[in-house]
Design a binder for this molecule. Structure first.
Ligand SMILES: Cc1cc2nc3c(=O)[nH]c(=O)nc-3n(C[C@H](O)[C@H](O)[C@H](O)COP(=O)(O)O)c2cc1C
Length: 182
């Protein structure tokens, strides 16, 4: 089964790439059955969602090649880790825009969250839970919550016992749900 770790910021100088890599490092050597891959959202240049037809009604047929590539990358995954910053007490607009372009690609798949921000990104993560419910996604309760002030060495999360413990607990639950669904 394939698990996509989505690096969810499209900002220049974003922190999400290093956080996604830290999640990937934590997934190394976890055993059989799961293949983890970082999906760098910014690489897709997903355009603004201006489609006159709601994407859910497009049946996966997208005009723009950027959206097709994004759709293919998401459709190839059986489960996700959303690496999400908090912007203005909520989820980042670029990530939400890219999420909004797709529908069936997300549907009934499990998703876990790694949030970061001044208050550990918890408002963004909780907001994501409301959003992913629309596609019957199975959100994992265990999450990683990173403080910008205490949990980073530069752009990379510290590998303290507490944080690696959160990471392991999150991946354990995500794999458990993915296995059950399979
Ligand atoms: C537009 C914007 C709004 C932000 N709002 C918040 C916020 O409400 N709460 C918070 O904890 N951090 C906030 N921040 C700080 C971000 O958490 C911090 O810049 C983080 O590195 C952003 O993630 P990124 O580097 O992956 O884009 C904001 C940053 C930006 C760019």
């Amino acid at each position: 089964m394939k698990i996509g770790i989505i690096s969810g910021s499209v900002r220049e100088g974003r922190r999400s790439s290093a956080v996604a890599k830290w999640v990937l490092d934590g997934a190394a050597g976890r055993g059989e059955g799961f293949e983890y891959e970082v999906i760098e959202l910014a690489d897709f240049n997903v355009p603004l969602m201006t489609s006159p037809t709601p994407p859910g009604a497009l049946g996966g047929k997208y005009e723009q090649p950027e959206v097709r590539a994004w759709s293919d990358a998401v459709a190839a995954c059986d489960a996700f880790v959303f690496v999400t910053p908090e912007y203005n007490h909520g989820i980042p607009g670029g990530f939400k825009n890219a999420f909004d372009w797709l529908a069936g690609e997300w549907t009934r798949k499990p998703v876990a969250f790694v949030g970061y921000g001044a208050n550990h990104g918890v408002r963004a993560v909780e907001m994501w839970r409301l959003v992913v419910a629309n596609f019957h996604m199975f959100d994992v309760r265990a999450a990683v919550a990173l403080s910008l002030f205490t949990d980073f060495d530069g752009r990379t999360p510290k590998s303290t016992e507490q944080l690696t413990g959160q990471r392991t607990a999150m991946l354990d639950e995500l794999e458990f749900i993915a296995r059950r669904l399979a």
